[in-house]
Design a binder for this molecule. Sequence first.
Ligand SMILES: [Zn+2]
Ligand SMILES: [Zn+2]
Length: 606
Amino acid sequence: MDKATVFGTVDGGSNPSKGTSMARMTYLEKLRHTAAHLLAAAVLKLYPQAKIAIGPPIENGFYYDIDFGETKISEADLQKLEVEMRKIILSWKKIEGKKVSEKEARTLFADNPYKLELIDEIVHRKEKITVYQSGDFIDLCRGGHVDQPCKEVKHFKLLKIAGAYWRGDKNNKMLTRIYGTAFASKKELEHYLWQIEEAKKRDHRKLGKDLGLFLIPEEIGTGLIIWTPKGATIRRIIEDFILKEQTKRGYLHAYTPHLGKKSLWQISGHWDLYREKMYSPMKIDDEEYLIKPMSCPMHMMIYRSKPRSYRDLPLRIAETATVYRYEQTGELTGILRVRHITQDDAHIFCREDQVVEEFLSVFNYLKYLLKIFKIDDYYSRLGLRSKHEKYLGSDDLWKKAEFEIVKALKKENVPYITSEGDAAFYGPKLDVIIKDSLGRKWQAGTIQIDFMLPERFNLEYIDRDNKKKRPVVIHRAPLGSLERFIGLLIEHYAGAFPVWLSPVQIAILPISERFTSLARATNAYLVSKKIRSVVIDDGGTLQKKIRQATLQKIPYMIIIGAKEAETIKNEVPEIISLRTREGKDFGQVKFYEFVDRLISQIESFL
Ligand SMILES: [Zn+2]
Ligand SMILES: [Zn+2]
């Protein structure tokens, strides 16, 4: 079981692709896996001493892990390899497989310790050994290739090099992983390469710096970020929005401390099951305390603070809370993965007969949020039980919860995949995977049903029949972590936030110094209307000011010069010139009308 998702952890992280069964490979996977063979063949041609390890297809391409021995290779060598691949492919009319005996296999790969290790495992699993050959290249492989490589493997590209431990184990040797991609058509390949370039431009670390949204100062420590005023504005607007939406949906809000006694985390089970993500205990007076990795136990205290009746349920306790988790240095990426995570967290305490309805209402809220942020491509991953593990809760309740979740997903027409063994041990779990404007996948929120914490914290309510019963807890954080979600939004919008979320909504550009005081008066008026506006009066030309506002991705620009100055009434111009960051020029518009329209546009979100 994935421990990181046991207790409602929602800081995401992409799922490493699990091995794809060869029989179920898609055409694209076969194409890419064939390209991986081709890469290995080219490597052996140019670096005969290299030992090739494994080369699977992955989400957007393929890789091959290779031990180059003493030879150092770099991305500059990829071009050479690609040229060699194009030469070799001409002779690969087909790719033929055959079964071989253990002895034959060991002879074939006698000088390759990685393949020998794989052979050991195949033998241990009592499976047949197969090898596949094209031209004079032969590889240990379970199959899954295209029929005519020379005709089909045409549109490929080697992309980058990274280090990878053999079998992903850091006690093993570090191998060189060469990544590449392949598509069925030139157009698709070119689109993907464009996407990679576009993704670089949208990198939230670059944009975060250019737009002045956050800092990650080394002086403070690894994985610890500061929201500077502009980034803090975005976060505050999202927090306010969440607070308002939750209130509308019957949530009550709480604040809880950032640390608590170690014994609390022993009761919750975190100390046993989640310790690797927690920071070391600190001593306060004579007791050990832990900084919180989650808010769940704190919310259990609220439930337990007084006797509860069936009439009190559901009780929905929400808190946008920062929690602290130890993420390994290598996993930290900008603000997508940090060591303090602000969750839009809540715990819903409900009766068993309310679980489905509450689950659905959380799911609909999540869908609503995604729509608000203009994320319309997403699917769900339903984590179900596997036959091999133990779970809490009655079989009936599990079946019912699974059935109702599936029904709900179908009713809402949300594509979903099921993933056996991905349930939490206390109930089925729904993760929402969203696709951004470049088609990249991100894990956003999760909804989890929990039968365990109520047990551990001895939560009860008096039911209609006067008997004591246990409530069920739903953990949910629709956006996951605000740090991660805002990082995602920066890339999704390429820094051009919609006007209601933009840290600066209007830039006022005086044509020359003569109009600076009028620009300031106009600014003061806008600020008094709660519009986030600035004056750019650095003495440069109008062209430069427009460029600066455009680079800062400020949605609207108001230009003020002689014509506008002629229309002053009550200290502000009645007519202004208006442009957008996209370069659209509205020419002269009525100032008050524009302001009214802008305010109602913004308020429709707030
Ligand atoms: Zn193969
Ligand atoms: Zn929780």
